[in-house]
Design a protein around this ligand. Structure first.
Ligand code: SAH
Length: 234
């Protein structure tokens, strides 16, 4: 796994230290081990964990400047993309949140065992955390919901001038277009869709880069039942 990570990260223009590679490998081992008894991820082989979790997460470092930023990972699951970002960029102030307690238990334990005690781990729903409102330079999220709904979970957390990076499959153009109304209603603007290929694979992924240009109106986010029932679709 370490070799895949090293060559992959280097192919992405990143230069991981031996300590960073060891930390990622260790976190991957904990993930695989815990996954035997608790269902945390559908990705089950070492090369897949290395590429689809770690390299995919680290790809965000080429999409935005993370230096010193306050970063929130909404629906982090087993810690992706947040944990690899924090390992590669120790200067970020990271908040991880997920609505499933057993996932946050794993992530919290994993962070502590890597010595990442400053990472804030929150168990709860993103749309029910008013204390986080407009509190982050960067909000990141992978595989949580379709953009029209996801925007309402994530954009309220970004400060004006910040970015929301929504990690998507490469064929996301229609989804992003469908999300445009919600993005605008929530104070955002779609800047671009960036695409990248995962080193060692022919898998292409995309990131919708969304700027926060205005404060989110106070009526948002709504409760999840409302978001689902009446998504902001124009
Ligand atoms: N980001 C991770 C996990 C994706 S699975 C990865 O890419 O590997 C989606 C995760 O989002 C689940 O763990 C689920 O519990 C969480 N989730 C869904 N809706 C949420 C919400 N409203 N607030 C916080 N977490 C949420």
């Amino acid at each position: 796994m370490e070799e895949i990570l090293k060559t992959g990260l280097e192919a992405m223009g990143l230069s991981p230290s031996p300590e960073q590679l060891a930390a990622m490998t260790r976190y991957g081992q904990m993930l695989m081990q815990t996954n035997e008894t608790t269902n945390l991820t559908a990705i089950r082989t070492w090369p897949e964990v290395a590429r689809l979790h770690f390299l995919d997460s680290a790809a965000l470092l080429n999409v935005a400047d993370f230096a010193g930023k306050a970063v929130a990972d909404v629906g982090t699951g087993a810690g992706f993309p947040g944990v690899p970002l924090r390992i590669m960029r120790p200067d970020i102030r990271l908040t991880l949140l997920d609505s499933v307690g057993k996932k946050m238990d794993f992530v919290r334990g994993g962070c502590i065992s890597l010595g990442l005690e400053d990472v804030t781990c929150l168990w709860g729903r993103a749309e029910e955390m008013p204390q986080l409102r407009e509190g982050f330079d960067l909000v990141v999220s992978r595989a949580v919901a379709e953009l029209p709904l996801l925007a309402e979970l994530c954009l309220p957390l970004a400060r004006v001038g910040g970015l929301f990076l929504a990690m998507k499959k490469t064929d996301c153009d229609l989804e992003v277009a469908r999300g445009d109304f919600a993005v605008r209603a929530l104070g955002g603007r779609v800047r671009e869709i960036r695409r990248y290929t995962l080193p060692g694979t022919d898998v292409e992924h995309a990131v919708a880069v969304i700027e926060k240009v205005r404060p989110t109106p106070p009526q948002y986010p709504r409760r999840w039942a409302q978001i689902k029932k009446r998504p902001l679709l124009g």
